[in-house]
Design a protein around this ligand. Structure first.
Ligand code: 6PG
Length: 477
């Protein structure tokens, strides 16, 4: 029998995805730029090799797959994907489907999708989350493309996706760039989650002077409570790990410069383009950028010193640690609320009809931000699919009211002790601004009118659109 699906690119992610596909009983054809890697891969596959068709040439590869042929391209995002598609294209037939499973910018996905529009071929942009382990044993999969192309791959993808209480973490989210957009926002939220955890770690390390091992115990305890999630779990694990050279906690030996490959930044750019505040994600991206200015930071510390403030003083350590837990939960709610608000706006902007409860559902397992918390989001959006914002759904409004006091105390204490908490503080600022019916933009409007005659609306609806700014000033002066 012919292969159900094909895959190009036997790097770590591609190999693991191919093994997962083979293991779930699907025959898969594989091709790699260098044929040595293909041979090596078949060797690694062990008993799974019965379901693998190794191919040395593109012709052989295409012929091995049952039409219409779904072909997963799992290579470095960007230019290489366009090149691979160009190489593949002449060998394909009507209705064949090229699937980009990398971390593509959804704007590239839209462009690739459009470029194939009248060619008879089609394209799927597929977000895959869960890292190497996820790819091998069950990732969360976000699919964007035509409904017909989705139907062709639904069975295979459902078989390999992570399961949450038996429900597969894969869904068709809409046309063209929908899948990659949702994956991008997943990563934006991932950045915020990680940054907020890092800020709490900073309070414990630099404020309470706790050791890595002690902090690891705190996170391990939290992982049994409401913060239960993959990122909290691995944070506990990394804090408890020892350096093979010297035996100190490994985290104390790791340089404090964070890398980033672009998805967080794209989330922020798209949020800004649509005028949707995603301040916690912005703070997280900026914090990574600031972290990479290691030399400048060290030089600045020599010139400015650390803030001249009283060190964090905590009378009841256990109570403060409880407060940190609730503060982290509150801030996390802010980040997710922002991420979902960006997706809601994008859904309108790009005509996708993104299903919010489904997105929350397929993030409950398999992906990097997987957690119990996402089940609560699923239920909130299922009950109120049209809510303007996650934080005004009844369940989350209650959670915000219950936890925002902790966030306020923690942010205040950190600020007074000179400990940076930009993402936690931005979540708090978001709540405080979002829940205040009468804000302060009346001043901005007055200023704009004063210097530029931009006009303003009045609260009483009366139609005076310019201010009484005095002779020779304002209204165009
Ligand atoms: C995932 C991850 C994965 C990867 C990203 C983030 O969902 O499995 O998000 O896609 O870790 O590339 O990477 P950076 O932190 O390097 O931007």
């Amino acid at each position: 029998a012919q292969a159900e699906i094909g895959l190009i690119g036997l790097g770590v992610m591609g190999s693991n995805l191919a093994l997962n596909i083979a293991e779930k009983g699907n025959k898969i054809a594989v091709f790699n730029r260098t044929v040595e890697r293909t041979h090596e891969f078949v060797e690694e596959a062990g008993a799974l090799k019965d379901n693998i068709v190794p191919c040395a040439t593109i012709e052989e590869f295409v012929a091995a797959i049952r039409p219409p042929r779904p072909i997963i391209i799992m290579i470095k995002a960007g230019e290489p994907v366009d090149q691979q598609m160009e190489l593949l294209r002449p060998h394909l037939e009507k209705n064949d489907i090229m699937i980009d499973a990398g971390n593509a910018n959804f704007r590239d996905t839209m462009r690739r999708f459009d470029a194939l529009k009248d060619s008879g071929l089609t394209f799927i942009g597929m977000g895959v989350s869960g890292g190497e382990e996820g790819a091998r044993h069950g990732p969360s999969i976000m699919v964007g493309g035509t409904e017909d192309s989705w139907k062709r791959v639904e069975k295979v993808l459902t078989s390999i996706a992570a399961k949450y209480n038996g429900e597969p973490c894969v869904a068709w989210l809409g046309e063209n760039g929908a899948g990659h957009f949702v994956k991008t926002i997943h990563n934006g939220i991932e950045y915020a989650d990680m940054q907020m955890i890092a800020e709490i770690y900073g309070i414990l390390r630099d404020g309470l002077k706790m050791s890595a091992t002690e902090i690891g115990e705190v996170f391990a305890t939290w992982n049994k409570g409401r913060l239960n999630s993959y990122l909290i779990e691995i944070t506990a694990k990394v804090l408890e790990a020892a350096d093979p050279i010297g035996g100190k906690p490994i985290v104390d030996m790791i340089l404090d410069k964070a890398g980033q490959k672009g998805t967080g930044k794209w989330s922020v750019i798209e949020a800004q383009n649509m005028g949707i505040p995603a301040t916690a994600i912005e703070a997280a991206v900026a914090a990574r950028s600031l972290s990479s200015l290691k030399g400048e930071r060290e030089a600045a510390e020599k010139i400015l010193g650390l803030p001249a403030v009283a060190p964090l003083s905590v009378s009841d350590r256990a109570a403060f640690i409880k407060d940190l837990e609730s503060a982290l939960l509150a801030a996390k709610i802010g980040a997710y609320a922002q991420g979902f608000a960006v997706m809601a706006a994008a859904s309108k902007e790009f005509n996708w009809n993104l299903p919010m409860p489904t997105i929350a559902k397929i993030w409950r397992a398999g992906c990097i931000i997987r957690s119990q918390f996402l089940d609560e989001i699923t239920s909130a959006f299922t009950k109120a699919p049209d809510a303007a914002n996650l934080i005004v759904t009844p369940a989350f409004a209650d959670m915000v009211k219950e936890t925002d006091g902790s966030l306020r105390r923690v942010v205040s204490a950190a600020v007074l002790a000179g400990l940076p908490v930009p993402a936690l503080a931005s979540a708090l600022g978001y709540f405080d601004s979002y829940r205040r019916g009468r804000g302060t933009a009346n001043i901005i409007q007055a200023q704009r009118d004063f210097f530029g005659a931009h006009g303003f609306d009045r609260i009483d609806g009366a139609d005076s659109h310019h201010g009484p700014w005095g002779s020779g000033l304002g209204a165009g002066a």
